[in-house]
Design a protein around this ligand. Sequence first.
Ligand code: ZN
Length: 201
Amino acid sequence: MSHQLPEALDQLSALLARLPGVGKRSALRLAFHILSRPREEAQQLSASLTGLHESVGFCERCGHLAGQALCDICLDPRRNPEVVCVVEGVPDLLAVEATGEFNGTYHVLHGVLSPLRGVGPSELRVAELVERVHGGGLQELILATPISVEGEATAAYIQSLVGREPKLLLSRIASGVPQGSELEYIDEATLGRALRARQAL
Ligand SMILES: [Zn+2]
């Protein structure tokens, strides 16, 4: 970075530039902005960053982000714990939530199967899902992994593991979802339709 600025500013903007979508110039602008604001704001930001990893973990049941053992969705008595929507990641969960069409709970895999990238079942929260299914009480598992080669392979793999489970309906989000698209980038109306039109496997 430049040598015309104090080290601390250089360092802050270099760290900010590591964030996604933040280039060097906007990182410097953000650093200037933080400096121009009252000291307490910088301290709040700093404290928030420091405590982040301590105060946010993963829900023991579904793998969503949680501030305690279970996430807010799993703890919500208005949600139906018998219907579980299986998604690739937290952004997909948020996309399904944004449709306002889903009243069940989730299981976040934290990835999809990808032999090319060396992602196998043990890298995903698949064993936890099978355990949930075997624990009983589930009525429907909606496989909402992306409509892509990897997403389909992941859905097929899960089907091979729990497809014969008695009294469990397996369904797949409808293929109205554009090919290859990540759920998080699909507009809410389309995703809502894909959920409503899900097909039994
Ligand atoms: Zn949860």
